[in-house]
Design a protein around this ligand. Structure first.
Ligand code: S3P
Length: 444
């Protein structure tokens, strides 16, 4: 899919950013709306679906399983097949760059008597799948080439899944979700136990579709139980703006002097807002305006004004609520005065790239004092960033966007070696940044 030649891009210091914008729909919620729509009885209509490559691949995946997903006017419509109603696809399914699409769909395949081959691009083919396959195997999923732990792989599901109780060894919403989705098809109650809270969109949306999902907190653990043999009904879903995409705009406005922007309709579910808490602690002028609820999720408009930031300690227990935002936080930490220390970043190493290494290397290439100590990233901010370097993006959209944000306030231009992957999550990135006043220049 990404055989296209790399497309480098440079960014220079910007004049003040201003304006009101909307970011596209939340990626996590978009994947789930398509998947739960396919599993439900009747039609699901989705407004505001993120139309980025990762999500389009999930739309294609559910279509190939017999639940057509297509856009009619402004609305995405999924023709749900009801409990156990999906059918074996005629060809392998390509998930492109998307770990979320892959892992959630493994939960779907587990609960159907079908054999499915899944594949992905070079980045996805390196990502660990054992974390999902281990619990799904306990429930009854078979891996045809037993022992395989990375894509491509062929999976055989079953109509006879066994319910399990499973304590997550890593804080991962994808693993939690795959188990809960498989649990919809098991004979009995399936429980996932979390030691650290991760994004809860699966729990919220499954309830909205009519499944019985209970979350109970005891002794610092959360027990999430889904009742099997569930019947979901097609629903109307409104997808709020993605806080992980809004993060780039927000960070840009903080570091470009004189900026004042408002991002409308952003998801502010507290399992996703760790970055915003951190930026406020750093002295960022960020206001949440007009808080309201849409489609069972809290949203708000976010006003951001340029601010002199100071370095802070970001505790490890905040990591799940901002896991995708560390690259951009680190990218602007050089503009802060003092040290920013980010603990508990083990999971960053197994994202679309090793984001811990890629972020530190990009910072050092641009004159920022950054170092890795175990699972900790330390940035010594001096208040200014030299720039002038080229960043290796390693097929990772968020590395590209983080450094295209940093360069908006660095002394010299910053170049990223490839921007094609930005289309996997936020195709409107450049257009929206330019609408606010940023300027980019292609290097080819
Ligand atoms: C996601 C969960 C996170 C996140 C990813 C989306 C989800 O991954 O990094 O971008 O939608 O469930 P992990 O569950 O692997 O932490």
């Amino acid at each position: 899919m990404h055989a296209a030649a790399p497309s480098p891009l440079s960014v220079r210091r910007a004049t003040p950013l201003s304006g009101r914008v909307r970011v596209p729909g939340d990626k996590s919620i978009s994947h789930r709306a398509l998947i739960f729509g396919a599993l439900a009885t009747g039609v699901t209509r989705i407004r505001g679906l993120l139309e980025a490559e990762d999500v389009i691949n999930t739309a294609k995946a559910v279509t190939s399983l017999g639940a057509p997903a297509e856009k009619i006017g402004d609305v995405w419509q999924v023709m749900g097949r009801g409990p156990g109603g999906l059918r074996q696809p005629v060809a392998p399914i390509d998930f492109g760059n998307s770990g979320t699409g892959t892992r959630l769909m493994m939960g779907v395949v587990a609960g159907h008597a079908m054999t499915v081959t899944m594949s992905g691009d070079a980045s996805l083919s390196k990502r660990p799948m054992r974390r999902v396959l281990a619990p799904l195997k306990q429930m009854g999923l078979q891996i045809v080439e037993d022992g395989r732990e990375t894509l491509p792989m062929t999976l055989r599901g079953s109509e006879d899944l066994v319910p399990i109780g499973y304590k997550l060894p890593v804080p991962s919403a994808q693993v939690k979700s795959a188990i809960l989705i498989a649990g919809l098809h098991a004979a009995g109650a399936t429980t996932v136990i979390e030691t650290e809270a991760t994004r809860d969109h699966t729990e919220r949306m499954l309830r909205y579709f009519g499944a019985h999902v209970e979350s109970v907190e005891t002794d610092g653990l959360t027990h999430i139980t889904v009742r099997g043999d569930a019947e979901l009904s097609g629903r109307d879903v409104l997808v709020p703006g993605d806080p992980s995409s809004a993060a780039f705009l927000c960070c840009a406005a903080l570091i470009v002097p004189g900026s004042d922007i408002t991002i409308e309709g952003v998801l502010v579910n507290e399992t996703r807002t760790g970055l915003y808490t951190t930026l406020q602690e750093m002295g960022g002028d960020i206001a949440f305006l007009n808080p309201r609820e849409e489609g069972g999720e809290p949203i708000a408009d976010i006003r951001v004004r340029a601010s002199q930031l100071k370095g802070v300690h970001v505790p490890a227990d905040r990591a799940p609520s901002m896991i995708d935002e560390y690259p951009v936080l680190a990218a602007i930490a050089g503009f802060a005065r003092g040290q920013t220390r980010m603990d508990g970043l083990a999971e960053l190493k197994v994202k679309e790239s090793d984001r811990l290494a890629a972020t530190a290397a990009g910072l050092v290439a641009n004159g920022v004092a950054a170092r890795i100590d175990g699972d900790t990233l330390i940035v010594d901010g001096s208040g200014t960033v030299a720039g002038g370097g080229t960043v290796a993006t390693h097929l990772d959209h968020r590395i590209a966007m983080a450094f295209l944000t940093m360069g908006l306030a660095s002394t010299e231009a910053v170049t990223v070696d490839d921007t094609t992957m930005i289309a996997t999550s936020f195709p409107e990135f450049r257009g929206l940044m330019e609408q606010l006043g940023a300027r980019y220049a292609h290097m080819d």
